[in-house]
Design a protein around this ligand. Structure first.
Ligand SMILES: CC(C)(COP(=O)(O)OP(=O)(O)OC[C@H]1O[C@@H](n2cnc3c(N)ncnc32)[C@H](O)[C@@H]1OP(=O)(O)O)[C@@H](O)C(=O)NCCC(=O)NCCS
Length: 206
C-alpha cells in the first residue's frame, strides 16, 4: 500500500509507515511494539464484550499475523492506530475482506477496535472518516459494509456518524457462531461511493 494522507496537506512523511494522518491519529502499518498493547486490549472484557471470547497473547499475535497476510494479499487492511500527540498505539481502524460466506459477499468491511481508555473522544469516527476517503477516492472501492451485534450501540453509532445505512432486511446470522449463540445475530450497515460523495463532510485537518 502506498503511503498517502487522509486529506491534501496531511504530512505522512512524519511517520514512514503512515498510510493516513488525521488531526489526532496516525493510521499505519503494524510494528513489533504494537503486540503487547494489542494483546492487552484483546484481553479486556470491556473491549471484547461483543466478541465471542477474549484472546490470549498468542491468539492476539496470530491475529496480527493474519492482518499482515491480508495486507500482502489485498493491498489494504486493518491499520494500527497511533495517537499523534505521544505515539501511543491505541488499537486498529481499517478495512478487511471477511473470510466467511454471507449473502452480502463479496465485500470489504470497515472496522475498529480501540483500547477502552480512549473511547468517547470521537477517535474511531475520526480515523474511519479519513479511511472512507481513502477507500472511495484512492482505492476506488464501490462500497463498504460494517457489521456488529445489535447491542453494540457504540459501534453502530460510529457507523451512523459515518453516514452508513442500516436495512433490517440485510441482518444476518454469523456463520462462524453456532445456532443459539447470543452473538450470532448481526446488523449490517452499507455505504456506497455515490452516497458518500453526495454527503457533506466534517473535516479533520492533518
Ligand atoms: C466501537 C468503538 C471503536 C468506538 O470508539 P470511539 O472512539 O469511542 O467512537 P466515537 O467516539 O467516534 O463514537 C462513539 C459514539 O457512540 C456513542 N455511545 C457511546 N456509548 C454508547 C451507548 N452505550 N449507547 C449508544 N451510544 C453510545 C458515543 O456517544 C458516540 O456518539 P456521539 O459522538 O454521537 O456522542 C469502541 O467503543 C471499541 O473499540 N469498542 C470495542 C470493540 C468493538 O466493539 N468494535 C466493533 C466491533 S464491530
Amino acid at each position: 500500500m502506498v503511503a498517502t494522507s487522509g486529506r491534501p496537506g496531511g504530512n505522512p512523511s512524519m511517520n514512514a509507515s503512515a498510510i493516513l494522518t488525521t488531526e489526532r491519529l496516525i493510521l499505519r502499518h503494524w510494528r513489533e511494539s504494537d503486540r503487547t498493547p494489542f494483546a492487552r486490549l484483546n484481553a479486556d472484557l470491556r473491549v471484547m464484550e461483543y466478541m465471542p471470547r477474549l484472546l490470549s497473547a498468542e491468539e492476539s499475535d496470530a491475529l496480527v499475523a493474519r492482518i499482515e497476510a491480508h495486507f500482502r494479499l489485498q493491498g489494504f487492511g486493518l491499520l494500527a492506530a497511533e495517537l499523534r500527540r505521544d505515539g501511543r498505539f491505541i488499537g486498529f481502524i481499517g478495512m478487511n475482506v471477511p473470510a466467511f460466506q454471507a449473502p452480502f459477499m463479496p465485500c470489504v468491511e470497515i472496522g475498529w477496535r480501540l483500547a477502552a481508555e480512549h473511547w468517547g473522544q470521537g477517535l474511531a469516527t475520526e480515523g474511519a472518516t479519513s479511511l472512507l476517503a481513502y477507500a472511495f477516492e484512492t482505492l476506488r472501492l464501490d462500497s463498504l459494509v460494517s457489521f456488529t451485534v445489535p447491542a453494540n450501540r457504540r459501534s453502530r453509532r460510529v457507523m451512523e456518524k459515518l453516514g452508513m445505512a442500516h436495512d433490517p432486511a440485510d441482518d444476518f446470522d454469523h456463520p462462524r457462531l453456532p445456532v443459539g449463540h447470543p452473538l450470532r445475530r448481526h446488523v449490517l450497515y452499507r455505504l456506497n461511493r455515490s452516497a458518500w460523495s453526495s454527503e457533506p463532510r466534517r473535516s479533520f485537518p492533518g
